[in-house]
Design a protein around this ligand. Structure first.
Ligand SMILES: CC(C)(COP(=O)(O)OP(=O)(O)OC[C@H]1O[C@@H](n2cnc3c(N)ncnc32)[C@H](O)[C@@H]1OP(=O)(O)O)[C@@H](O)C(=O)NCCC(=O)NCCS
Length: 167
């Protein structure tokens, strides 16, 4: 397995991975699949800001991706980013997500970012444990702010200080 920057031909596989997560889980608060144009816009927005979009390659196939973008638009939030990581269903649990998440940290530090945030659905225990494993701490839990599959969802904010926690 190796990690490399996104390349234009990766878009179709990223779309399959992303839309499978939408269809089968509460990890993404979307009900309908997104289009290739929407995903390409998402990628282009990140690349235009010099933010990384990384893919994991196993046997010449894209099996996961990671990225980060601005958390909120106002300039005071410019040192905080929100990341994304998704792995193809059949490739989970083999260290690929961890490698893709860790690969984001040097990019964020080089860009002088201070905080990385992940928004995790409270039912996604695997992802909560996953983030803790890489130094993220739960800092907020918002009850019933989401709705999918005909039920309310709680969102958990997981935070990591990129250069170590303050005193
Ligand atoms: C969450 C996700 C990105 C993790 O990637 P992964 O490749 O499956 O995870 P890894 O194999 O790299 O796991 C690294 C560590 O995370 C923890 N972890 C990962 N999955 C876990 C699970 N289901 N339960 C408990 N701990 C888990 C473990 O500590 C693991 O370390 P270990 O193998 O040494 O015990 C991946 O499972 C995924 O894409 N899930 C579906 C979409 C999703 O939830 N995305 C995240 C949205 S916030």
């Amino acid at each position: 397995m190796h990690i490399r920057p996104f390349s234009p031909e990766d878009i179709t596989t990223l779309l399959v991975i992303y839309n499978d997560v939408i269809a089968t889980s509460t990890a993404i608060y979307l009900d309908e699949p997104i289009s290739q144009i929407e995903l390409q816009d998402w990628v282009d927005t990140r690349l235009s800001k010099n933010y990384p979009v990384l893919v994991a390659i196993l046997n010449n196939t894209v099996v996961g991706f990671s990225s980060f973008g601005d958390w909120r638009a106002k300039p005071g939030y410019r040192f905080t980013v929100e990341h994304t990581v998704h792995i193809a269903r059949e490739k989970r649990g083999h260290g690929i997500g961890g490698a893709l998440l860790e690969a984001l940290f040097p990019f964020a530090r080089t860009l002088n970012k201070h905080v990385m945030l992940g928004v995790v659905d409270a039912d996604n225990i695997g992802s909560l444990r996953f983030h803790e494993r890489y130094g993220f701490t739960e800092v907020a839990r918002f009850p019933q702010v989401g709705f999918k599959f005909n039920r309310w969802l709680d969102a958990v904010f997981m935070q990591k200080f990129l250069n170590g926690a303050p005193e």
